[in-house]
Design a binder for this molecule. Structure first.
Ligand code: Z5A
Length: 217
């Protein structure tokens, strides 16, 4: 079987803190896929929360600042999973069934990192919700862009106003980062990339890891 035949129908996810360079990395993954012979039409991009009309509405809710009413932590968690189910059922699974390669800007690990590590919701509870919502569905390959929160937020700030979640304290992001770092150690189909490096170095590291993964398929 050729590398191209092995790649189609795969779900590649990019995870990391804000400003880690996920959007930038998606362009590197795309260019790598095109170099392997995957066509533009065979590539589907998703982002979480969001990616379908209803899931984008849910994204607006979690990003919203409302005077006098805070989104409860568990409500935030459940909205993340509601949005994820919409996306997986209506976009990701159908695309994979059509033999597309799906590149996800965040997926399940973000809930474990932010709502688990950051907010302090029990990770076992999150895993149970994940199981109810998505069953055994998961990424085929995860690239975790690791960055110090200070540097990531400085990059994100360079783009303009920070949203509700981005304004949280550095400790929140350190706890989230620690969960990401543990998840990548525990998951054989995931790798960590040093995202504090230059554009060129991050691109080279991503392409190298994708080569290794493809060779293992
Ligand atoms: N969230 C959650 O809590 N639970 C969940 O389950 C899920 C999400 C799924 C989504 O926000 C928010 O939802 C997020 C987590 C939470 N909360 N926060 N805060 P989003 O989608 O708006 O934000 P994001 O996912 O964090 O994306 P981002 O801020 O756009 O970051 P990015 O995509 O990783 O970075 P980028 O846009 O590629 O790069 C940022 C800037 O850095 C940009 O100007 C680049 O040109 C620059 N950059 C990138 N790479 C480099 C290098 N190597 N050197 C120098 N500069 C660089």
């Amino acid at each position: 079987m050729s590398v191209l035949e092995k790649l189609v129908g795969k779900f590649i996810v990019i995870e990391g803190l804000e400003g880690a360079g996920k959007s930038t990395a998606i362009e590197y993954i795309k260019s790598w896929l095109l170099a392997q012979g995957v066509t533009e039409q065979q590539i589907a991009l998703t982002r979480e929360p969001g990616g379908t009309v209803l899931a984008e509405k849910m994204r607006e809710i979690v990003k919203m600042d409302i005077d006098g009413e805070q989104l409860a932590d568990k409500a935030e968690l459940l909205i993340m999973y509601a949005a994820r189910v919409q996306l997986v059922e209506h976009k990701i699974k159908p695309a994979l069934a059509k033999n597309k390669v799906v590149i996800g800007d965040r997926h399940n690990w973000s809930s474990l990192a932010y709502q688990g590590g950051g907010r302090g919701i029990d990770l076992e509870l999150i895993n149970e919700i994940k199981q109810v919502a998505l069953g055994d569905f998961k990424a085929d390959f995860t690239l975790f862009l690791d960055i110090e929160p200070e540097l990531g937020l400085a990059r994100a700030r360079g783009r303009g106003e920070l949203d509700r979640i981005e304004r949280l304290a550095i400790d929140f992001f350190n706890r989230s980062r620690a969960i990401f770092q543990q998840l990548v150690v525990d998951e054989p189909s995931a790798v960590s990339i040093d995202a504090s490096e230059s554009f060129t170095q991050v691109e080279a590291a991503i392409h190298c890891q994708l080569d290794r993964w493809a060779a293992s398929l």
